[in-house]
Design a protein around this ligand. Sequence first.
Ligand SMILES: Cc1cc2nc3c(=O)[nH]c(=O)nc-3n(C[C@H](O)[C@H](O)[C@H](O)COP(=O)(O)OP(=O)(O)OC[C@H]3O[C@@H](n4cnc5c(N)ncnc54)[C@H](O)[C@@H]3O)c2cc1C
Length: 659
Amino acid sequence: MEPSSANTGFIQQQPIIKNQFHEDVSLQRIAKLYLPPSLLEKVTPEISRLGDAVLSQQIFDWITDAERNTPYLRGSGRDAFGRPKQELIVTEGWRKLQEFGFANGVVAINYDSSSPSNGPYSRLIQFLRCHLWEASCANTMCPAAMQDGAARLLQRHLTTPQLAANLSETEKSVFQNAYDHLTSRDPAYTWTSGQWMTERTGGSDVSQTETVATYSPFPAGHPVPLASKEENMPLGPWSISGFKWFSSATDSQMTILLAKTRPGMGVSAFFAPMRRWNPELVSPTFTGTGATGGGGTELNGVTISRLKTKFGTVSLPTAELELKDMRGWLIGQEGEGIKEISTILNITRVHTTVSSMGYLGRGIGVAKAYALVREAGVGKGRRLPLYKHPLHMRTLADLTAEYHGLMLLTFYTLYILGLDEHLSSSSSPPVVPPPIHPLTPPTPKVSPLLRTLSSLHKSFICHSTIPLSFSCMESLGGLGYLLNSDSEHLNLSRLFRDACVGAIWEGTTDVLASDTLRALKHPSAGVKALEWLVETGLAASIKKVWEGLKKKFLDKGKKQQEEEKLVSEARGLTHRLAEVVIAVLWVVDARVRPGREVEGMKRRWMAKHGFGPSGGGDGEEEDVKVEGDGLELDLAIVYGEGGPKGVVEGGSVPGVSKL
Ligand SMILES: Cc1cc2nc3c(=O)[nH]c(=O)nc-3n(C[C@H](O)[C@H](O)[C@H](O)COP(=O)(O)OP(=O)(O)OC[C@H]3O[C@@H](n4cnc5c(N)ncnc54)[C@H](O)[C@@H]3O)c2cc1C
């Protein structure tokens, strides 16, 4: 008998993670459910290419760099002569990942004037791509999400006639310039944006904001100081000072922030560039003529107080910022900052959800691949590959069913978001899409449905994905707990840590549950829009649960005491509501594209979530089993109809080399 050594004895074969666009059974169903076939065919080659690219070794090397060499502030905060000087350093890996995202249009694709034919499906197409990218982007999608939200906000002000009429010519050119940067694919030109809301008084309630903006235009008769000399963009007339407790996109080129302008008035929203032109700055490498030293840019009244140290999202430069005379531009009306920022939040919340789902999708992809190559004992010295272990596969099948339920809700919300943006767009004449399936609501229901789903889906999904992401780690055994920076594609612990923040930023689980209640009750359009959706499900047990919830939402809360009770139950009630919506979507999905595995998943999901086995009856008399229930069905659920492809007996797959 030969003893093992570090290089001899059993060495585990590498699992191969394949292109998730094709391998992720749920993602494929989602694309086919929500996109018209001709459009899906058109966008498939590009999405497929992205699916390959996000799994390249180069991308994983950049992730390792961004995670290991975390952002830092260079120097002491002053130059050799005592002048204030701050430089935030992010690594090459971070910058390269960001550039990859820009070039692949993860934000720009939604604003491309070259693809207006995507119309109401624009967001779906964008987020199919984002879903693939999230687990490989090392959090660069966080600033990109705010970039997307800021672009949408500026787009509204530039293209909605009533809003554009309020802008001066200078404001128009400043906003247009920022919008052009935010929606570019050119890495050298693209901007990301910060979104500064949270202060020490609390991120959930920004009414206590202590940042103050004062209208203080530059004196007439003098040249207005510039944000950018090359682009000749002036600094704004508002002077903003205060302290922002969380800023994640600290390396961004602009920000949208909240500040108070007068006592007793609500917060207002501002646009501000991160840097400004200072003609007096001396560049040490200046080679021109003249005594000024060439000038240069500096932070626009911003001091980075410190960078935060965090449990996850370690590659992201999250900072506390002190603002002193930061120059900015008011967006919309004074006191209406919450309304303005909600345009951004609608976008950043779906990005947060899609990142949670992207991490989970990748986690399941890795778990599936590992089950093909890892063997485990079944007693008496016998070993089987994990994909032949009935319990392991049941665990993965249940995980896949939970994932698909959450995917249905995520992408339905995106469908409604795209529809809402399309209908409200004034640049292209709105065309109501033909109802490709019963899930396209009548036009008046689109906005109230979006208002409700926006908080509901984020509250439920970002919370639910955390334990599910942990299950993916667990399915790799001890390997799942490791950082695996030498095999970065297997680093599920990084994805788990990053997934946890999804339930906190952009609104915590409870804050968004309370907001969902508000959306449902004031006015009751939210309830009516959901009622329309539930009717679509045509399923008795779902309706029964819905009727119970509706009674609570509408009848309760008329008295102060009941209102308080309702708020205390907000998480339970709204999460049950999310399950109702998912149940409806399951019914439609299984009806539109029937199949053994979707029926199997649906029945198990319905039974687990208390809707009766199929969701169609009262749950008592129906048989939970579908044909081939057991390992064969579990394999079909996890790997698609027919089970895993290309597996060679003995637990190996073609093309896998032994280490
Ligand atoms: C890594 C990271 C990056 C971030 N980046 C940014 C950023 O770029 N920009 C930005 O503006 N913010 C950012 N945030 C802040 C984030 O949005 C806030 O942390 C979040 O909104 C919660 O605010 P808070 O921390 O002040 O907690 P609090 O608001 O104090 O909440 C504390 C607890 O009270 C609960 N709670 C509060 N209000 C209610 C209520 N009405 N009903 C029931 N429960 C309630 C919350 O659910 C929570 O459990 C970031 C946070 C993190 C962790």
